[in-house]
Design a protein around this ligand. Structure first.
Ligand code: NAD
Length: 286
């Protein structure tokens, strides 16, 4: 039996529709229009596409968006000054710095991201928001893992009591995913590049999350029949061909549900960003 394909666009549309209603309500009740500022430094073509998609989503939902393009030669100080300016701006409720930064300031990425006011940190990367996630307090949560959880909820897939296995321990995906799944009462294992006997561990998963960054890494023999497979990976294997971290064609014959790449988790990431902008705006009117 072939798996149910969890189409990102269907879930993203639901998330965006509820965000759109909240934007409307914020305008009516508080006379506030949510505002997102996206800083992009340099000319990275993939980043340009991601940023365009974010602005497009803002436009759809009635969120004001500001694009701040800074040259490749921007110094750390110039970028920090721009963040300070946006932290103080009353009409900006969410700030994000598109990664990766150019090589000359890449090593300063953490310091730069930490300069964003945690109440405007719509990527959820600030240590204050990370701490809130770990301690189970409401804050701004990284968009990609938050989108995966929202999708499982919207698809009616039970998490409580399930055995979840995450492959990947990055700060952006793997680690926040651990806390989100644990908060939903799953029993979670996090695997990484030093994990021994990986297929043995992944075969125990009722919910398997792949966030590795290696094309078609998860093969059918690593998946328990009937498992739900969430593929976070985005890998370009040819100029116009993207694949996930899962061998989709073969794994879909075994799994009960699976996200495609493209068209899966990626679309949820942008939708959750919109939700985070709404949450940040609500924080500002409280
Ligand atoms: P990362 O490179 O920071 O982390 C990769 C993780 O995979 C590491 O923790 C590493 O330990 C683990 N890993 C590497 N090789 C392994 C192996 N052989 N066995 C087991 N584990 C191994 O990557 P990331 O930022 O977490 O991103 C992962 C993937 O998700 C990438 O393809 C990225 O493009 C994609 N991504 C997608 C979205 C989205 O919006 N859909 C957002 C963020 C990242």
């Amino acid at each position: 039996m072939s798996a149910k394909i969890l189409q990102g666009k269907d879930f993203a549309a639901q998330i965006k529709e509820s965000a759109r209603k909240e934007v409307e309500e914020l305008k009516q009740k508080f006379n506030v229009t949510p505002g997102l500022a996206v800083i992009i430094v340099g000319e990275n073509p993939a980043s340009q596409v991601y940023v365009r998609n974010k602005h497009k989503a803002c436009e759809e939902l009635g969120i004001r968006s500001e694009n701040i393009s800074m040259p490749e030669t921007t110094t750390k100080e110039e970028l920090l000054n721009k963040i300070d300016e946006l932290n103080a701006a009353k009409d900006i409720h969410g700030i994000l710095v598109q990664l990766p930064l150019p090589d000359a300031i890449k090593k300063d990425s953490e310091e730069i991201l930490n300069r964003i006011d945690p109440r405007k940190d719509v990527d959820g990367f600030h240590p204050m928001n990370v701490g809130k996630l770990v301690t189970g307090n409401p804050g701004l949560i990284p968009c990609t893992p938050a989108g995966c959880i929202e999708m499982l909820d919207l698809a009616g897939i039970e998490i409580e009591g399930k055995r979840a296995v995450i492959i990947g321990r990055s700060n952006i995906v793997g680690k926040p995913m651990l806390h989100l799944l644990m908060a939903k009462n799953a029993t979670v294992t996090v695997c990484h590049s030093r994990t021994k006997n990986l297929p043995e561990v992944t075969r125990e998963a009722d919910i398997l999350v792949a966030a590795i960054g290696k094309p078609q890494f998860v093969t059918a023999d690593m998946v328990k029949p009937g498992a739900v497979v969430i593929d976070v990976g985005i890998n370009r294997i040819a100029p116009k061909k993207l694949v996930g971290d899962t061998d989709f064609e073969n794994v879909k014959e075994i799994a009960s549900a699976i996200t495609p790449v493209p068209g899966g988790v990626g679309l949820l990431t942008v939708a959750m960003l919109m939700k985070n902008v709404v949450t940040a705006t609500k924080l500002s009117v409280r």
